[in-house]
Design a protein around this ligand. Structure first.
Ligand SMILES: C[S@@+](CC[C@H](N)C(=O)[O-])C[C@H]1O[C@@H](n2cnc3c(N)ncnc32)[C@H](O)[C@@H]1O
Length: 214
């Protein structure tokens, strides 16, 4: 996990997609009541948190990368938004049970093993109120990174990136629709909708967008 943190810290010292919210978060906002408390898991520089705050929601963003949270805090001050940013890991959320009306994780609980995805989802479920909504994204096998590196479990691959002359390990699990549905069912989460989104720039990126209810 320390290695992954280095990867993200480095990413956020360059600039990355940090301003505009993801389309699925814009859609998700329409399903949420105003003035409720939302958790943004793996918030990065906070692009989705800021969008939802401007829509009248209360936001807590959590991320493991200090560089990302510095960018988020600077923007929070500059734009006079009231988001709260917290450093921590989604494997062990530092919040009490049922604290949030809804939680989402956009492109964040993805570069970890299936076991850790289950743990992160259980944590999100724990901190959301009964009946609360969750949105998560998962990698689909149509992503260009599918089958890159060494297969360490079914549909789970280990790849490496060089960060500051150090080899950093990245584990990615790719879900077909049935496996994603089984995952949610086994965790006792009601699947409200699931769709596959393909984005192609230089290479094809493919994700599932799932909306769940606790
Ligand atoms: C691809 S970025 C997405 C950021 C943001 N959700 C967005 O859409 O702009 C993934 C984020 O997940 C964070 N992350 C990775 N592992 C984490 C962990 N174990 N706990 C909390 N955040 C983590 C990274 O630091 C990074 O900011």
């Amino acid at each position: 996990m320390k290695h992954l943190k280095e990867l993200y810290d480095t990413r956020y010292s360059q600039t990355w997609e940090i301003r505009e919210p993801a389309d699925h978060i814009v859609d998700f906002a329409r399903t949420l009541k105003k003035a409720v408390l939302i958790l943004d898991v793996g918030c990065g520089a906070g692009r989705n948190s800021f969008f939802l705050a401007r829509e009248g929601l209360h936001l807590i963003g959590l991320d493991i990368s200090l560089n990302a949270l510095k960018l988020a805090s600077e923007r929070n001050q500059k734009e006079k938004t009231q988001c709260i940013f917290v450093i921590g890991t989604f494997l062990n959320l530092p919040f009490s049970e049922g604290r949030f009306d809804a939680a989402f994780s956009s492109y964040a609980i993805e570069n970890v093993s299936l076991e850790n995805i289950k743990r992160a989802l259980s944590e999100m479920k724990r901190v959301v109120k009964k009946g609360g909504m969750m949105l998560i994204t998962l990698h689909s096998p149509k992503h260009w990174r599918f089958r890159q590196g060494k297969e360490i479990a079914n549909h789970e691959f280990l790849t490496f990136q060089m960060i500051k002359n150090k080899k950093v390990e990245i584990v990615t699990h790719f879900f077909d629709k049935e496996e994603a549905e089984r995952l949610f069912q086994n965790l006792g989460l009601k699947l409200l909708s699931i769709r596959e989104v393909l984005r192609t720039d230089e290479k094809q990126r493919a994700h599932w967008i799932a909306i769940l209810e606790k």
